[in-house]
Design a protein around this ligand. Structure first.
Ligand SMILES: *Cc1c(COP(=O)(O)O)cnc(C)c1O
Length: 468
């Protein structure tokens, strides 16, 4: 499988190079040149497979010759072995034709573990084979950083740095990052917003000297391998609920547009999907886009669903590329216009096309709290704020009562205990593996929102072996 950039000016690469590169050299994001196709018989043949077996079937065509299939199968088996539920991504029915897919049974209690556990192992596999090492730098709104730290703490060939907005992640999220003590793991609190962190990371990648000197690599959802690993659970859920013999819809709480884009990819591969419902908090640039055809940047407001406090959804570029008929020049120009002016209009036709697939729904914090309380009292099920937005969006925007809707529960309620407690009166307990989190010593560095300072910190803290 060959990969192309959304901006059309980067070298075409095989999977292992895309994995290590993250962002393309022209500033774009990599996508497969064509979507592997699964027809109805292929989808039926997925029934009854374990999660890791199903993952191997879905991922093998994307990986091509970069990782041989037996190695891929064992990497995937390892990735999901320690999840806290044997089903890995269990479905719980909470209403007529409404299911919750629990994506929070991984080591850091958020869906990011699905991609990251695979990504860390895939990096390690490829780097060991090549005798190379890399420096991963990323921005996190809370959950990606800890998932990457957990996945990379034992990978000697990788130094991992994550920037997060100082004071704007929950205490549990912060502790999950600052309590991973390993010489190759660095938690950096930036005095700014998540978008500032993301801009710093992009700037480091665009600084070619720095990028080459440190062998920079990305574990953010701009890394294609993250999206790829997330495609799996759309197939897994749909097959459990009767795919390919009926369509299934998905409601996805959305920030960087990576998770829902993985669903879009599943559809492009042949999975019959009805609607995609995009849930957001008051940082609602995406619902506003689907309502108007125009992307308009606004300020970021902190909410009780901090992993979605984002205005510049980096993976949206992948969707724009598809919308613009895979024309990299047009996509690059559109993204540049958006970055420069804070707005982008796709025109009537493309807006209609986007609306055929997606609809958006926005929830403020008090509506989110009300939904947590409502679901707790009506069916005894406890949602975290992000997952509550998915459930509410499903209820508000599902159009066909006969089509099952799967709402993605992206975090365990114990990851956001204050909001959950206020909404439901229940203090969700951390699973046993994390029970002593609040007693573990923390380690982090606070830095200003300043590229030179952040680059200096990274340079000073990579392992000496990295200066290859
Ligand atoms: C990252 C995250 C999201 C947003 O996912 P995207 O792929 O960025 O759209 C939603 N919920 C939780 C709990 C997250 O950690």
């Amino acid at each position: 499988m060959r990969y192309i950039s959304t901006r059309g000016r980067a070298p075409v690469l095989e999977f292992d190079d895309v994995l290590l590169a993250g962002l393309a050299r022209d500033g774009g994001l990599y996508l497969p040149e064509t979507w592997p196709q699964f027809d109805a018989a292929d989808i039926r043949a997925l029934r009854g497979l374990s999660y890791a077996e199903l993952a191997t079937r879905i991922i093998a065509p994307f990986v091509g010759d970069s990782i041989d299939e037996a190695d891929l199968a064992s990497i995937l088996a390892d990735s999901y072995r320690d999840f806290g539920h044997d089903a890995v991504a269990p479905l719980t029915q909470i209403d007529a034709n409404l299911w919750v897919m629990e994506l929070f049974h991984g080591p850091t209690l958020a869906f990011k573990d699905f991609a990251m556990q695979f990504l860390g192992r895939a990096f390690d596999h490829v780097l060991r084979r090549r005798g190379e090492r890399v420096t991963i730098v990323g921005a996190t709104s809370g959950d990606t950083g800890s998932a990457a730290f957990e996945a990379c703490r034992y990978c000697d060939a990788i130094d991992t740095f994550f920037l997060f907005p100082h004071g704007r992640v929950s205490e549990v999220q912060r502790r999950q990052m600052t309590t991973v003590h390993s010489g190759n793991i660095h938690a950096v609190a930036v005095e700014g917003t998540f978008d500032d962190c993301q801009d710093l990371v992009k700037a480091m990648f665009n600084d070619t000297t720095f990028r080459d000197e440190l062998h920079l690599s990305a574990a953010n959802s701009i890394n294609w391998a993250r999206i790829m690993a997330q495609i799996v659970y759309y197939f897994h859920a749909a097959v459990s609920l009767g795919s390919p013999d009926r369509p299934i819809s998905f409601s996805v709480p959305t920030g960087n547009f990576g998770n829902v884009y993985a669903g879009y990819a599943a559809r492009a591969m042949g999975l019959p999907i009805g609607q995609f419902i995009v849930g957001s908090n008051v940082n609602d640039i995406l619902p506003r886009f689907f309502d108007s055809g125009s992307l308009e940047m606004a300020g970021v407001t902190p909410t009780i669903s901090p992993s979605m406090d984002i205005q510049v959804s980096s993976n949206f570029e992948r969707f724009l590329f598809e919308l613009y008929g895979r024309d990299g020049t047009v996509t690059g120009a559109a993204v540049t216009e958006f970055r420069e002016t804070g707005r982008l209009s796709v025109g009537e036709n493309l807006w209609q096309k986007a609306q055929e697939t997606f609809s958006g729904h926005r929830m403020d914090d008090s509506e989110t709290m009300a939904m947590i309380g409502d679901i707790k009292s009506s069916c005894g099920y406890l949602l975290d704020p992000h997952s509550a937005i998915a459930v509410a969006a499903a209820r508000a925007k599902a159009t066909d009562p006969a089509t099952p809707v799967v709402a993605l529960a992206t975090a365990h309620p114990a990851k956001f205990p204050d909001a959950v407690n206020e909404a439901s009166g229940i203090s969700p307990a951390l699973p046993l593996a994390l029970a002593d989190l609040h007693e573990r010593p923390e380690r982090m560095t606070v830095l200003p929102n300043d590229l030179a300072r952040v680059e200096a910190f990274v340079r000073d803290h990579v392992s000496m072996a990295g200066a290859a």
